[in-house]
Design a protein around this ligand. Structure first.
Ligand code: DOR
Ligand code: ZN
Length: 414
């Protein structure tokens, strides 16, 4: 199967005009004079740009017993509509993905039902016998959820395993010892980072801090970067929102102050924070009305328009968005993706930088049809998502194909 995509595309060194031919899932040829093959999609129109396929390295697709909140199909349809070609799923499902038997089921679900490609993280197991080579064959990394897993006996064993198998350790770094009742001060984040960085110094695993939320956390991160292999991401909500009472805005770690917000935005601009993720965390609308309800909200269908709006306002550069949402995630996860270059996986995200619209959660593909960004005007929108040379979102419609692929099977570039 072949596909040729025409238009202005994002190549190393800047924007170029030309064509990209994808054959059997890989980019076969890129340039001005590419002989078209197979179906042709023409995006040569003012305002449209072809980006390397975006990768969201932190989403919760739920499914299993939490299918009422989201499932593989709806979560990945949301990804396709949001311009994401690959999503990496978190293991805090019911049952948890911290046993090999559950991991196999999870992969099978994705293969059958996903509209885009997917990656998986493994959770800290109850039994160290679960730490087998197979984890590394099917997963991109290990998720450590410090608020719940920080005291587990198997934690250090798991970290040593990650180090041996060269798996990324992605951490929710809030140390619950520093929570004050329902308050989760920045200090909890600082101490969580410190604790994980010290463990990384001891066991030598690669550490990625997810959803960084505070300027104090950012300073702590910078301190450790000189001593351990460390990267971090933040999310659109920490870049655009500050603390609110409305439980709809409840998320962990919490939204913070204007100072934190601007510090994170500068940190991202300066490359101190390398990645942006959505932390797509769908719950029922009814659950979100309860002040004691769960943290999190859907994010896959607002993430890219929000980032493109920051580009429009001159607060980020398009190149920065491509790095944070494609290039760097691909390199951290070891995927032959994130570049429009011969030999790389044929994943592309086409955006319209001029399209202006109001965020309307009723249009979401996600089961969670609400958003803290509801009603916000944004400029910039995904118009087409291409996974391994197959359009999965085009003309406003999600096109379901043959299921998704575990990106572990991508192999090498070339
Ligand atoms: O707000 C959050 N929601 N933070 C988490 O750490 C978990 C997530 C979820 O799974 O809903
Ligand atoms: Zn999360």
């Amino acid at each position: 199967m072949e596909l040729t995509v025409k238009g202005r595309f994002f190549a190393p060194g800047g924007l170029r005009e030309g064509s990209i031919r994808i054959s059997r899932g890989r980019i076969e040829e890129v340039g001005e004079e590419v002989a078209p093959g197979g179906e042709v999609l023409d995006f040569r129109e003012e305002g449209k740009v072809i980006l390397p396929g975006l990768i969201d390295m932190h989403v919760h697709l739920r499914d299993f017993e939490l299918s009422y909140k989201e499932d593989f199909r709806t979560g990945t349809r949301a990804a396709a509509r949001g311009g994401y070609t690959v999503v990496v799923d978190m293991p805090n499902t019911l049952p948890r993905v911290n046993r090999i038997s559950v991991l196999r089921k999870r992969e099978e679900l994705g293969r059958r039902r996903a509209a885009v490609d997917f990656g998986l993280y493994f959770g800290v197991p109850e039994e160290k016998g679960e730490l087998r080579k197979e984890v590394g064959k099917r997963c991109l990394g290990i998720k450590v959820y410090l608020p719940e897993e920080g005291e587990k006996e198997t934690l250090e064993e798991t970290l040593r395993f990650a180090s041996r198998e060269r798996l990324l350790v992605i951490t929710h770094a809030e140390d619950p010892a520093f929570f004050r009742g329902k308050e989760r001060p920045p200090e909890a984040e600082v101490m969580g980072i410190r604790r994980m960085a010290e463990l990384s110094l001891r066991h030598r695993f690669r550490l990625h801090l997810t959803h960084l939320s505070s300027s104090a956390g950012l300073r702590e991160l910078e301190r450790w970067k000189r001593r351990v292999r460390l990267s971090a991401d933040t999310c659109p909500h920490y870049l655009l929102l500050t603390r609110r009472r409305d439980p709809l805005f409840k998320v962990f770690p919490p939204l913070r102050t204007e100072r934190d917000r601007t510090a994170l935005l500068s940190g991202l601009r300066e490359g101190k924070i390398e990645v942006v993720t959505s932390d797509h965390a769908p719950h029922l609308r009814a659950e979100k009305r309860d002040p004691d309800g769960p943290g999190g909200f859907p994010g896959l269908e607002t993430e890219l328009p929000l980032l493109l709006t920051l580009v429009r306002r001159g607060e980020l550069e398009l190149e920065g968005v491509v790095k944070a949402c494609s290039e760097v995630p691909a390199s951290l996860l070891g995927l032959p993706a994130g570049r429009i270059e011969k030999g790389y996986v044929g994943n592309l995200t086409v955006v319209d930088l001029k399209k202006s619209f109001k965020i309307d959660p009723l249009e979401f593909e996600s089961k969670a049809k609400y958003s803290p960004f509801q009603g916000r005007r944004v400029v910039g929108s995904p118009v087409c998502t291409i996974v391994r040379g197959r359009p999965v979102f085009l003309d406003g419609e999600v096109v379901e194909g043959l299921g998704g692929m575990n990106v572990k099977a991508y192999g090498e570039a070339g």
